[in-house]
Design a protein around this ligand. Structure first.
Ligand SMILES: C[S@@+](CC[C@H](N)C(=O)[O-])C[C@H]1O[C@@H](n2cnc3c(N)ncnc32)[C@H](O)[C@@H]1O
Length: 333
């Protein structure tokens, strides 16, 4: 549980910054310690506060859980309380919650509890995972109604339907990083654009010349178009199709491969680059073969008679026990 430790006089400025980039961990409270203040932040945002001291909070002060636990106590028998959901996601005005099968007969009561706790939300959906290459969500409505929402993050707006497309809050820091990394006048190709998870922040926060955003799923593509309009960006070129064929070649300074199972597309990504450039390659990888993404990048580069230099290797989040979602920034030349 990380927190940024700052002198009192800088606390407000850093709190505002942490909230703006989505780094603040809202489940914990800000704590004052003599002349210092600890602002709780999400683990994946640590790099954003390089100029400040990061501390590990051994006894964090929680904001809501007590509330939530009290409410669940009223609907769950004592022996089942241990299965009560500890975390849930709020996307726009919709709540998504994972419910273990031990308490699934109480799912509608759980939905009602969460909706009562968050009067600004309109519905609660049970999150049952995601399917296949399209990462289509499996969800079930357990309280309220309505599946379309607008989620705000890092000065970007994302319209989406939670029954049709996913939204990973765990990728928030990576979206913020991509928004900062693009240089002026770059041509970017986003090979797995979805609703614009990376394309929109890159377009809003950088001066990219053009961002080609390729998406195969017509539902996600529909929201990509909506989000281009909603954010008023004019340099995103949406392309409906399979990026293996639809991505333009010899054009990009930077290629984003934001899909956790896209190793079959690495060669194509290298061909999309204008001779040389940077690839941001994502993969879900088990700990024992943590180097696999780099090995795959190197193999593909060799096949094309190219070289690569690894610029960065980042763990984005834990995908499942012992499996990480990682991203490798590789300069290909
Ligand atoms: C859901 S996104 C991954 C999430 C994203 N990294 C984030 O920040 O949340 C992956 C997208 O790739 C799309 N996709 C899968 N295969 C594709 C392909 N061959 N060409 C283009 N898009 C594809 C899926 O439909 C999906 O919308």
């Amino acid at each position: 549980m990380k927190a940024v430790r700052v002198p009192k006089k800088h606390a407000e400025e850093i709190r505002i910054y942490a909230e703006k980039i989505g780094a603040k961990d809202k489940s914990r409270l800000i704590v004052k310690k003599k002349e210092f203040v600890e602002i709780p932040i999400l683990e994946e945002f640590v790099d954003f506060f390089k100029n400040y001291e990061i501390v590990e909070q051994k006894n964090p002060v929680y904001a809501k859980p007590k509330n939530v636990l009290q409410a669940f106590k009223k609907i769950l028998p004592g022996d089942l309380l241990k299965f009560a959901p500890r975390r849930y996601k709020i996307i726009g005005d919709i709540i998504l919650v994972k419910i273990q099968k031990e308490i699934e007969t109480h799912k509608y009561e759980i939905g009602k509890v969460l909706l009562d706790l968050h009067p600004n939300c309109k519905s609660v959906w049970r999150d049952l995972g995601k399917e296949g290459m399209l990462r289509k969500p499996k969800v079930e409505c357990i309280a309220g109604s309505g599946s379309e929402t607008i989620h705000r993050e890092n000065k970007c707006l994302f319209r989406l339907d939670v029954t049709k497309v996913m939204y990973s809050l765990g990728n928030q820091a990576e979206r913020a990083r991509m928004a900062r990394i693009v240089r002026d006048k770059e041509i970017v190709v986003d090979m797995f654009a979805g609703i614009g998870y990376f394309s929109i922040p890159m377009a809003v926060h950088s001066n990219a010349e053009k961002i080609y955003s390729i998406e195969i799923n017509p539902d996600a593509f529909h929201y990509l178009i909506e989000n281009i309009k909603l954010n008023g960006v004019d340099n995103v070129v949406p392309i409906l199709g399979d990026s293996l064929f639809a991505a333009p070649e010899k054009i990009a300074d930077r290629v984003v491969m934001g899909h956790i199972r896209c190793h079959d597309f690495i060669k194509k990504a290298m061909l999309v680059l204008d001779g040389k450039g940077i690839i941001h390659y994502h993969e879900s990888v088990p700990e024992p073969v943590i180097d696999r993404p780099i090995v795959r990048l190197r193999k593909n580069a060799e096949l094309l008679n190219k070289n690569i230099k690894i610029l960065e290797f980042r763990k984005i989040k834990n995908y499942s026990p012992g499996v990480y979602h990682v991203v490798v920034d590789a300069y290909v030349y």
